[in-house]
Design a protein around this ligand. Structure first.
Ligand SMILES: *[C@@H]1O[C@H](CO)[C@@H](O)[C@H](O)[C@H]1NC(C)=O
Ligand SMILES: *[C@@H]1O[C@H](CO)[C@@H](O)[C@H](O)[C@H]1NC(C)=O
Ligand SMILES: *[C@@H]1O[C@H](CO)[C@@H](O)[C@H](O)[C@H]1NC(C)=O
Ligand SMILES: *[C@@H]1O[C@H](CO)[C@@H](O)[C@H](O)[C@H]1NC(C)=O
Length: 294
């Protein structure tokens, strides 16, 4: 096994804003350690900060971006452990950069993030959608030819493939899960269809007209809990058993400061938080389209 040596410099910074804070007001703590065989290589050198103030997730994000680089992304268990080691280890929680962006939809054909808000010239969410029921609706189906619903990806529906060779739209009347539908389209045609223009939309409507289908899969989907606040992604997770459950609109993921496990929680709750200082890696592909509002 190749051993990758990573030095991570940890700075334990306590806020100086609360004069009566029970923790030391400013304390620097440099730690270095070794780590081997990582699948996701974290940035080589990062400074981590525990901020001893309670804020909502969005306020914490702004605070980190203003004073440091961003809220932390946890790429592996070493970083998770390290964050615990710089925290007060109390029965409370702290925000990390983990959140579930309901609008980070992308097309199967392109794999790029883009913003699909509630209104769009030709992409129309049905009323109240996307509703992300039980945090399990990460794939999109058209209903009644025109309106989009987020649906559980494991549901079986007919689907619409796009064939780039003869620019045609093929309605496959077999019911499959979203990913099985994607495989089928990629094998026999090009991919699940995108809807990128009015013309395309009207052709799709025409293809569906009279088919009698209820829901039909299209190529729109998203990865839950990705990207993190700094626009990077991580394959590491440390959820508490049975989490995330999206209990009651829970779109942010605080870490418990004694156990280090994650749960989903309401983004408007107030918690301590972890920031980092350092370079943001491989965020370019995401950054360019993620914030485009149509
Ligand atoms: C386009 O090609 C696909 C795959 O060969 C075929 O199933 C479909 O019927 C064709 N459509 C048109 C309009 O030629
Ligand atoms: C779709 O329909 C329009 C007319 O509304 C037509 O110009 C266009 O070629 C059709 N095909 C595709 C692939 O969009
Ligand atoms: C759907 O098809 C019917 C005939 O089967 C036609 O009267 C109607 O105009 C079509 N609707 C659209 C939106 O193309
Ligand atoms: C991540 O993308 C958002 C837009 O979605 C942008 O505002 C933010 O600055 C980016 N963050 C970083 C650290 O690149």
């Amino acid at each position: 096994m190749t051993t990758i040596v990573i030095f991570i410099f940890v700075s334990l910074t306590f806020s100086v804003i609360h004069p009566r804070a029970q923790f030391p007001q400013e304390k620097k703590n440099f730690v270095s350690f070794f780590s081997g065989g990582l699948s996701t290589l974290p940035p080589h050198s990062r400074e981590y900060h525990f901020v001893n103030q309670k804020m909502t997730w969005t306020e914490a994000q702004s605070y980190c971006r203003e004073h440091f680089t961003d809220l932390v992304t946890i790429y592996n268990s070493n970083i998770n452990q390290l964050l615990l080691s710089i925290s007060p280890r109390i029965d409370d929680s702290a925000w990390t950069g983990l959140y579930n962006d309901r609008y980070s939809w992308k097309w199967s054909m392109e794999g790029k993030l883009f913003y699909v808000g509630s209104t769009h010239e030709f992409l129309i969410w049905a009323n109240g959608q996307p509703d992300c029921v039980k945090a399990k609706e990460y794939c999109v189906a058209l209903q009644g030819q025109t309106q989009m619903y987020d649906r559980p990806c494991g549901d079986s529906y007919p689907f619409l493939c796009y064939n780039a060779k003869n620019t045609s739209y093929i309605l496959v009347m077999e019911s499959r899960s979203w990913s099985a539908a994607q495989s089928y389209c990629r094998t026999y045609h090009t991919d699940l269809t995108s809807i990128r223009s009015k013309e395309e939309k009207s052709n799709i409507t025409l293809t569906l007209n009279g088919s009698g289908v209820q829901y039909v899969w299209i190529g729109l989907y998203r990865d839950p809990w990705a990207p993190w606040s700094d626009n990077t992604t991580s394959t590491f997770t440390n959820w508490m058993p049975s989490q995330p459950d999206n209990g009651n609109s829970e779109y942010c993921g605080p870490m418990h400061l004694m156990s280090g496990v994650w749960a989903d929680g309401s983004c408007t709750d107030r918690h301590y938080f972890f920031c980092f200082t350092g370079e943001v890696q491989n965020a370019n592909s995401v950054k360019s389209c993620h914030h485009v509002k149509h």
